[in-house]
Design a binder for this molecule. Structure first.
Ligand code: HEC
Ligand code: HEC
Length: 275
């Protein structure tokens, strides 16, 4: 009887632990990772416990960049594999990280198959957005509308294929395919807390609001879907075109003037000899 209580006690403890891990995972990791549903911004974490030991995982989850800078070969390898996208540090205790790992392990092996996050998926932040959100996102992107907390317009660093917005930034990546690559969770995760130092810095004291994250994500989805119908609004093309046109014009007029001059000179000689 004593043992039965003990077992029940342990099971309840384990469930509470897993529940907590699920909450932590949904709060801090789900933007970039899935468990068994494929790659997002970061790798699929299914069966991660078979790949690395707990100590390594705790170190990496808490401060991956520190491990990478220290030259841990596995950390460097996965960092390079993911195009050097920095995973943000997590201010979590060993126990909290262990409970996340327990949750990942159980979800991957199916025993938590019925947990809410797995059953319903995480609610897509883009469920229920309208054209209005997309328009608002386009204005925020190009700087036609100000971000609530005065962050810089995305277009000061990024371009994308949309002829209706003015965008000229060349510092950072072209964003037309981003949505297709990372989906709404990935894009919104980046907007909430960008794992890229330059962009993170830009919004550190100018956080993008929840509504703005939705609008911008909706806009990036729209751009990604429409990108094949856009004509590249590339100033360089017009520039080269105009340049070529002027060049041909100069050549033609040179030829024209050249023959014109020769003919005239000959005519003039003949004319004066005859007179
Ligand atoms: C902003 C995106 C982002 C968030 C949020 C994030 N990660 Fe990551 N994670 C990555 C990327 C990208 C990598 C690939 C390694 C790299 O680029 O540094 C990675 C790698 C990992 C790895 C190593 C996987 C392997 O195969 O070696 C683990 C484990 C991990 N993340 C766990 C977590 C956990 C747990 C959380 C939540 C507490 C979390 N991550 C939050 C982006 C993220
Ligand atoms: C100060 C410059 C700067 C500003 C402003 C900025 N970003 Fe970024 N962004 C970056 C840099 C740098 C990266 C890292 C990728 C790269 O090297 O281009 C990045 C990466 C991204 C990515 C991930 C792209 C990918 O495929 O990996 C997304 C999505 C993104 N930015 C969206 C936005 C949005 C939306 C805004 C406006 C709210 C914005 N950014 C404003 C500099 C900036």
């Amino acid at each position: 009887m004593k043992y039965l209580f003990l077992i029940i006690g342990i099971s309840i403890g384990a469930i509470a632990n897993a529940q907590n891990g699920e909450e932590l995972f949904n709060a801090s990791c789900v933007a970039c990772h899935t468990i068994g549903k494929g790659r997002l911004v970061g790798p699929d974490l299914k069966d991660i416990h078979n790949k690395q030991d707990t100590e390594w995982l705790i170190g990496f989850i808490r401060a991956s960049q520190t491990m990478i800078k220290e030259g841990d070969s596995d950390a460097v390898a996965i960092f390079e594999e993911f195009s050097k996208i920095a995973m943000p540090d997590n201010d979590l205790s060993d126990d909290q990280i262990k409970s996340i790992l327990t949750y990942i392990e159980n979800t991957g092996s199916g025993s938590l198959e019925n947990s809410t996050a797995v059953k319903t998926g995480v609610k897509d932040i883009l469920s229920g957005v309208s054209q209005e959100n997309i328009d608002s996102g386009a204005k925020l992107f190009s700087g036609l509308a100000r971000l609530t907390n005065n962050g810089p317009a995305c277009s000061s660093c990024h371009t994308l294929a949309d002829e209706s917005t003015y965008n000229s930034g060349t510092l950072a990546k072209e964003l037309s395919e981003t949505y297709e690559m990372m989906g709404s969770t990935g894009v919104s995760g980046i907007l909430k807390n960008a794992p890229f130092p330059v962009m993170n810095q830009a919004y550190q004291n100018h956080a993008i609001t929840k509504e703005e994250v939705v609008d911008l994500t909706a806009y990036l989805r729209h751009v990604s879907e429409q990108r094949f119908y856009q004509h590249p609004q590339d100033i360089d093309v017009a520039f080269v075109g105009l340049g070529s046109f002027v060049f041909v014009l100069i050549i033609l007029s040179t030829i024209f003037l050249y023959f014109g001059r020769k003919k005239e000179a000959v005519n003039h000689k003949i004319f004066s000899r005859q007179s």
